[in-house]
Design a protein around this ligand. Structure first.
Ligand code: PEP
Ligand code: MG
Length: 561
């Protein structure tokens, strides 16, 4: 039986048939000329036909799509027949350039022009580049890039997924995600958990599985098996039955001994917040405000910000909402704050540090938060990302105070902040552990890279020790400040137990994970969680830490988590 192993990043056991995501379209060589057997007129006709075919396909897909996916497809379909795009390409064909190269260059100039116009038009630049790849694929007679269109459910196998793929990923058709690249903190992992799809990343060799092959995916174990046997078919059926139970969260995180662990949601805007409230989240532990303004060339106005934040606050009357100020940089660039030419963006001017280079933006954001908080019933807390020193924490607290915001806090996601948590927490009211970045920086391993996935897990004993130190600093004499976790670690039910055992007070995660984490916490007492935290801390490796803790929690296997 052929099988592949990767890193399981979203639980679930499923059997389905594989569809490979077509590879990205390569750039036609610069200077590529028309073949001697083709006239410019014929090449222009072929190009127009290819553009029409792409437009028809996108239009047809948009009919059955919904929400954001529908708008993306409609906008891209319009772009495929854009007269400026086609005219520019035909002009180049008339000078002897090949059709593929001509559309490539014409799209590049249109995209640049749109980009320079700024605002809404700048956002359309991505559509032009997507359309050009589709037209080139059509000219070459190869499958269109992106997630395959299909009415039949399938298991998607890809190198890695980009944030833009989320818009066209239909969770009713895609049963599970398997990638050869990507790490546990990559976009694929975050998308899979948000959609509740079983997923395995960094599974070397899966690109060799042919379309239509039946496979069994275990998203907790991190395995993919070709031609599943009867036992695996049974496991998939049992998971489907369990999934219904795991979809319901009672609205209170409570352990076997009655100890309360508030379970909060990570959200990127009002729409997410409304869904999270409906899923029973006890508040918001992380509002990623940069998600409200990705693709924006200019700083959002005060009114735009107030509307975006108010939408989230209004979804949680009487509940805590932790808003994080803009965390621009590295994998989340915002053109008005970050410098795309930095040599090491993850170590660059990102998060709170953008206040050094773009003073004023943070102050205006805090004013917008204060305005949005007025008159809402949410309990608004505000935290800064990427804090490294106690001076930065003190400055942030002062700015919050000046804006009239009473509960300032910091993300602990840089090892220096964990090591000096006692002093830092002396300056602010709370801390939230960002385990995604804390892991990347503690292990010096880029969170997006598949080959580093084994290093890049919050099960690393070194990361657990940094969490332990943060909690110790938070309860040191005179502090007594709450510490939560809002990184992906909180969504792993076994690790959630360890985090509570280490003394963390609240856990914040994608709303989809709430029920599974609650189900496991409900089976464990605090004393038991502390024992399991001890086991994880003492383990010689991340793999051992995970295996030893999981072996003590049979509920995980029962629920297929
Ligand atoms: C983190 O780093 O753990 C975190 C929650 O922030 P983000 O994933 O947005 O960087
Ligand atoms: Mg972070």
């Amino acid at each position: 039986m052929q099988s592949f192993t990767g890193v399981g990043v979203s639980p679930g056991r499923i059997v389905g048939s594989v569809r490979q995501m077509p590879k990205a379209v390569s750039e036609p060589p610069a200077g590529e000329q028309l073949a001697s057997s083709t006239t410019a007129e014929d090449a222009a006709v072929t190009l127009r036909a290819a553009a029409k075919a792409v437009q028809a396909e996108l239009k047809q897909r948009s009919v059955s799509a919904t929400g954001a996916g529908k708008s993306v497809l409609e906008a891209t379909a319009l772009m495929a027949a854009d007269p400026m795009l086609i005219k520019g390409a035909v002009k180049l064909i008339n000078t002897g350039t090949s059709a593929e190269r001509a559309i490539w260059e014409s799209a590049a100039s249109v995209a640049e022009m749109l980009h320079n116009l700024g605002g809404y038009m700048a956002e359309r630049a991505t559509d032009v580049l997507d359309v050009r790849s589709r037209i080139v694929a059509e000219l070459r007679g190869v499958p269109a890039p992106g997630i395959p269109a299909s009415d039949e459910p399938f298991i998607l196998v890809a190198d890695d997924l980009a944030p833009a793929d989320t818009a066209t990923l239909n969770p009713a058709v895609v049963l599970a995600l398997v990638t050869s690249g990507g790490g546990p903190q990559s976009h694929t992992a975050i998308i899979a958990r948000a959609l509740g799809l079983p997923a395995v990343v960094a599974a070397v060799g899966v690109e060799s599985i042919t379309d239509g092959t039946a496979v069994y995916v275990d998203g907790a174990a991190g395995s993919i098996t070709v031609d599943p046997d009867a036992e695996q078919l049974e496991a998939a059926t049992a998971w489907a039955a369990n999934a219904a139970t795991l979809a319901v969260f009672s609205g209170e995180g409570v352990m076997a001994d009655g100890h309360l662990v508030p379970l909060l949601a990570n959200v990127g805007g009002a729409a997410d917040a409304v869904k999270a409230a409906a899923a029973g989240a006890q508040g918001v532990g992380l509002l990623r405000t940069e998600f409200c303004f990705l693709d924006r060339d200019e700083e959002p106005t005060l009114d735009e910000q107030v509307t975006a934040y108010r939408g989230v606050f209004d979804a949680f009357p009487g509940k805590k909402v932790v808003l994080r100020t803009l965390d621009a940089g590295a994998d989340k660039p915002l053109p008005f704050l970050t410098d795309a030419s930095e040599p090491n963006p993850a170590l660059g001017v990102r998060g709170y540090r953008t206040d050094f280079t773009s003073p004023g933006v943070l102050k205006r954001q805090l004013a917008a938060v204060a305005t949005a908080a007025e008159g809402t019933e949410a309990d608004v807390w505000v935290m800064a990302p990427m804090i490294s020193t106690a001076d930065e924490a003190a400055d942030f607290a002062r700015m919050c105070g000046e804006a009239g915001l009473k509960t300032p806090g910091v993300m602990v996601e840089v090892p220096s902040a964990a090591l000096t948590a006692e002093t830092i927490l002396g300056e602010v009211s709370f801390a939230s552990l960002g385990t995604n970045d804390l892991t990347q920086y503690a292990m010096a391993a880029d969170r997006q890279l598949g080959p580093l996935a084994a290093l890049n897990t919050p099960w690393q004993p070194a990361v657990l020790r940094l969490i332990q130190l943060t909690v110790a600093g938070s309860v040191a004499e005179g502090n007594n400040k709450p510490v939560g976790v809002c990184g992906e670690a909180a969504a792993d039910p076994a690790l959630a137990v360890v985090l509570v055992g280490l003394g963390v007070n609240t856990l914040s995660m994608t709303a989809r994970a709430l029920a599974a984490v609650a189900a496991v916490l409900a089976k464990v007492t605090v004393v038991e969680a502390q024992r399991l935290a001890g086991i994880a801390l003492a383990a010689p490796s991340a793999l051992e830490a995970r295996a030893r803790v999981r072996a003590e929690l049979p509920i995980l296997d029962e629920l297929g988590l």
